[in-house]
Design a binder for this molecule. Structure first.
Ligand code: P6P
Length: 345
């Protein structure tokens, strides 16, 4: 086996080994996870050479915006095209929701050999999160979640197939294109991290059974958002800062989440008076990471409810996001609850 040479299990070996632990496994999820890792390798190649391959900068001279109203970077479009193309070729996928696309992308296999209409899974994806960091060589990431369809397999996937709480995720993960490229994912049995070796073209298990440390030493927030956000968040940040927590904020959610997972920390992106619903999106940012956080012993909230339990109402719904090490998140949630109790009394 390849891993015998390297001493670590490859992602493929790990996926197959884990599949055998599920009596009812059909191999569909394994195939889908493998396809996502293939797309990740393709995107990684361009991210790592962005300065050389003429792929930095804004797409279409800055005249192209996505459904969020954000100016698309060239790599946003490349990453979106790559993940969507790979997912469309996967017989296990029935539909995709991407940050870069306004509507559901239906994946009809009825005309393909071996195709039987629409696949059993739907995928939510942020193809390239934090893409404004690309031109300045700071980490960026991909975030995904996999859901089992609720609608009839033979029919076109419905919006409700995507509007499920994070607790119903079949799998979720992210790819971090950083000083090394990592794929971190969970199928509900813990969180495992794989580091990419470009000289071999494989991901190798490097961070088995990831768990948040028992306490936080880091908080991550854009300081410029605090004054316009809830006073609870301002008070919380002032308190933990005074207690000696370090501030670390990269401007790429995947990078901040990953560092806080390894070192112990909480990421905060509050709603503001100008944007009370917050900036980050439920389907392909908050919910996949909430699933992962819970699997790693952490948690996530919007300030009101555990984000594992909240059911999104629209495809590109936004949310305030407070996510990371359990005790830190619980402390902030208690502060939010305290304000509500006072207001209700
Ligand atoms: P701000 C990147 O645009 C992103 O969606 C997340 O990756 C990141 O955490 C956040 O927005 C940064 O937002 O307002 O601090 O620039």
């Amino acid at each position: 086996m390849l891993s015998a040479m390297i001493g670590a299990q490859t992602l493929q070996e790990f996926i197959v080994a884990r599949e055998s632990e599920f009596a009812y496994a059909t191999g569909d999820l394994s195939r889908l996870l493998t396809d996502l890792s293939t797309a990740a390798k393709m995107v990684n190649r361009h991210v790592n050479r962005a300065g050389l391959s003429g792929i930095i900068g804004q797409h279409d001279g800055g005249n192209s915006t996505n459904v969020q109203g954000e100016t698309q970077q060239k790599l946003d479009v490349y990453a979106d095209n790559t993940f969507v193309r790979v997912l469309k070729s996967c017989l296990k996928v029935g539909g995709v929701v991407s940050e870069e696309q306004p509507d559901v992308i239906h994946v009809d296999h009825s005309k393909r050999a071996g195709g039987s209409g629409y696949g059993r899974y739907v995928v939510c994806i942020d193809p390239l999160d934090g893409s404004s960091n690309i031109d300045v060589n700071i980490s960026v990431g991909t975030i995904f979640s996999i859901l089992r369809r609720k609608s009839d397999m033979g029919s076109v996937p419905q919006i409700d197939d995507f509007l499920q709480p994070a607790s119903d995720c079949v799998a979720a993960g992210y790819i971090l294109y950083g000083s090394s490229t990592m794929l971190v994912y969970s199928t509900g049995c813990g969180v495992n991290g794989f580091t990419y070796d470009p000289s071999i073209g494989e991901f190798f298990l490097s961070h088995p059974d990831l768990k948040f440390p028992a306490e936080s030493t880091i908080y991550s927030v854009n300081d410029a958002r605090l004054a316009d956000g809830p006073s609870v968040v301002q008070d919380y940040v002032n308190t933990v800062r005074a207690e000696g927590m370090n501030a670390r904020y990269v401007g790429a959610l995947v990078a901040d989440f990953h560092r806080n997972l390894l070192k112990g920390g909480i990421f905060l992106y509050p709603g503001t008076t100008s944007r009370p619903e917050g900036k980050l999106r439920m389907l392909y940012e908050a919910q996949p990471l909430a699933f992962l956080a819970a699997q790693a012993g952490g948690s996530a909230t919007d300030g009101h409810i555990d984000l594992l339990k909240r059911t999104p109402l629209s495809l590109h719904e936004r949310t305030p996001l407070y996510i990371g090490e359990k005790a830190a998140v619980a402390r902030l949630q208690a502060a939010f609850d305290g304000v509500r109790v006072k207001a209700d009394s």
